[in-house]
Write a protein that binds this ligand. Structure first.
Ligand code: PMP
Length: 411
């Protein structure tokens, strides 16, 4: 049996069930937001008293806070293996990071139809050329090569790991493909960084984006890491204090990145939490993260298959898959399954179309699916609770009728 790899806050707390009883909660929704590591919670508590303005304050606490903020930048750069001349811009989340980059891309963007909306809609604001993924990685790469060869593009935007299927595309090969056609590559690493060590320099990625709240830190801080030149040539993401060198009433000389894109008072605590999560994961090591997850992932996938439930997949030949598993249960709407799991068993999953409507449509799941996703705080007992609850659903049906996963239900 596999225990949690690292302690997370709130694990196993008691939650109310629909019949008035309560149960130890099971969190299998790490892909949406992962609970904070205990180390992150401790760090936030420790640095909270240093609360003071960053960058411009002369006071001692301002200096402490500024150091904390800038050290976080260094830690985040190290966490993803950035090159020395890469820049780390702190953002609100992945959506914000990719939106920032979309305002800096000097040309067209090629993107697959399997992406989370965060890695599709920002590009649609400019010229996005959407390529249909094929049912193998190899054929999909050929389709991307054809599109990149057809007409020049500035950027290839790809997911690091699918938030629906967990599949990881061959990032080094895709980077080489983009570069061979004179394009850059950005990886939406929101679902990758919690599960795999990422090496921006080694994989030759130009930009990566991710969110703290999927990486065992609280909400509100994310990062865009990568090459500087496009960012320095672009208008600031947010115009305001801190983003400038000199201002008159008629003209502004903007600062270089990262300050250029970080106008306004930054989320110092969020960034400190994100950096602490990076540090803690590096300390435990991604070999152990991967090994822990692999056992649970196997148990989950085998358990579903034993019950005739086949996880959704895009590709037949994906070389790597992280612990994110989506499925449908014949005879039950996904929302009904998710609501049942929560209301009658205290098991938290997500249902719906996971902000990836085109992908769910092409997988034949436009009505939605159920997603269970693992993290360093997950255990084999968590997986078994889900599988046992699914057995109950199929044996007895739901005891209540659920009209939405958000909770409204009646006997
Ligand atoms: N990309 C992927 C692959 C995701 O899973 C998510 C979150 N579901 C995002 C982007 C967006 O992240 P955020 O909501 O933190 O901006």
């Amino acid at each position: 049996d596999v225990a949690p790899l690292l302690p997370v806050v709130g694990r196993g707390q008691s939650v109310p069930l629909v019949d008035g009883r309560s149960a130890r909660s099971v969190h299998l929704d790490n892909a949406a937001s992962a609970p904070a590591l205990q180390a992150v919670a401790d760090h936030v508590t420790a640095v909270l008293p240093s609360y003071a303005s960053v960058h411009r304050g002369a006071g001692y606490l301002s200096q402490v806070c500024t150091r904390l903020y800038e050290q976080a930048r260094t830690e985040v750069a190290r966490f993803v293996g950035a090159r020395d001349d890469d820049v780390v811009v702190f953002t609100r989340n992945t959506t914000d990071a990719l939106t920032l980059l979309s305002g800096a891309v000097p040309g067209e963007v090629v993107v697959l139809d399997v992406e989370h909306h965060a890695n599709l809609l920002p590009w649609q604001r400019g010229t996005a050329r959407v390529v249909r993924a094929h049912d193998t990685v190899v054929a999909t790469e050929a389709a991307l090569a054809a599109e990149l060869g057809r007409r020049p593009a500035a950027l290839l935007a790809v997911t690091g790991a699918s938030n629906v299927t967990g599949e990881v595309p061959p990032l080094a090969r895709l980077a080489a493909l983009a570069h061979a056609h004179g394009a850059r590559i950005v990886v939406d690493a929101a679902q990758l960084v919690p599960h795999r060590g990422v090496d921006v320099a080694g994989l030759d990625l130009d930009h990566v984006a991710f969110s703290g709240h999927k990486l065992y830190a609280p909400f509100g801080a994310g990062a865009l890491v990568g090459r500087r030149d496009w960012l320095d040539a672009a208008p600031p993401h947010q115009a305001g204090g801190g983003a400038v060198r000199e201002v008159t009433t008629t003209a502004t000389a903007w600062a270089a990145s990262p300050e250029r894109h970080e106008g306004g008072t930054p989320n110092v605590l969020g960034v400190a939490a994100l950096a602490e999560a990076c540090r803690a994961l590096r300390a435990v090591g991604f070999d152990r993260v991967r090994a822990h997850e692999a056992v649970l992932h196997r148990r989950l996938v085998d358990g579903l298959r034993d019950r005739g439930l086949e996880p959704l997949r895009i590709w037949a030949d994906a070389a790597d898959v992280v612990g994110v598993v989506s499925f449908t249960v014949p005879g039950f709407a996904a929302a009904q399954v998710a609501a049942f799991l929560s209301a009658e068993h205290g098991v938290g999953v997500r249902d719906g179309r996971f902000c990836a409507h085109p992908l769910l449509a092409r997988l034949g799941a436009s009505d939605g699916a159920v997603r269970a996703s693992l993290g360093v705080g997950s255990s084999s007992a968590d997986v078994d609770r889900l599988l046992d609850a699914l057995d109950r659903l199929r044996a007895d049906g739901p005891r209540w009728t659920y009209t939405s996963a958000a909770g409204s239900c009646r006997p």
